[in-house]
Every structure is written in structure tokens, then in C-alpha cells.
Design a protein. Sequence first.
Length: 135
Amino acid sequence: MLGVLREDPQARAPQATLADLDELIRTSGADVTREVGDLSAVPAVISREAYRIVQEALTNAIKHGHGTVRLAAAVREDQLSIEVTNAAGAGGHGGGRGVAGMRERVGLLRGTLHAGPVEAGEWQVSVRLPLRSGV
């Protein structure tokens, strides 16, 4: 407790990263198909924020969609690419702070985010994060 009050970085609980995606998927309760490449080149700060983005996208897919969720993540041309796609529910997505929170995280990392319909009945969160974000 004293370490937390003194802001001792070693006293903080470790934060999840992209290395923890398997556990996130397993505990999400969603039926997830995944196509995840080698993410070991992703810097730690980006990996932590990307994990939180995937976590929020999965949460939204569970709350607002149905059926199988498709997760794709890969490093391509010095950027991290993430796509979470699901069949949208009757009410669609929206109303909460999920997309706004993802947009804030992506903006801090100087990336891009698209969250919306991509095909009839599908919703996708698509994120591109530069690996050299300057963060």
C-alpha cells in the first residue's frame, strides 16, 4: 500500500499486453476466431493500449452483437493492425463510452480508428497504430 501511495512503479500490478490475448479471449465468453500474427515487435506502451482496445471491442461485440467474433491482429509495414468484426445485433452499437474511449487511446498513439458497419449486418472496429508513435 505504501508503494502505491509513493507511486513506486514496481509496486503496481502488471498491466495486460497483447501477449495476454489468449487469456482475454478465453475469459471473454465470446466465440472468437482469431488470426493473430507475431506481435513481439510491438513496443510495450502500444501493446498495453492495444490490449485495452481489443478488450473494449470484444466487450462491445458481446453486448451489442451476436454470433462469432473475428479478431485479426498483425504487424504490417511498421504499424499494428487490429480488426474486430461481428454480426451486429438488432439495436446496433452505441450509447456508451466504448468507441469514444478507443478513439482517445488511438489518438494518443497517433493512430487511426474506424468503428462502424462494414457489410450488411456486420460491425467492425479497425485500428492502425504506428509502432513508432512517439509516446
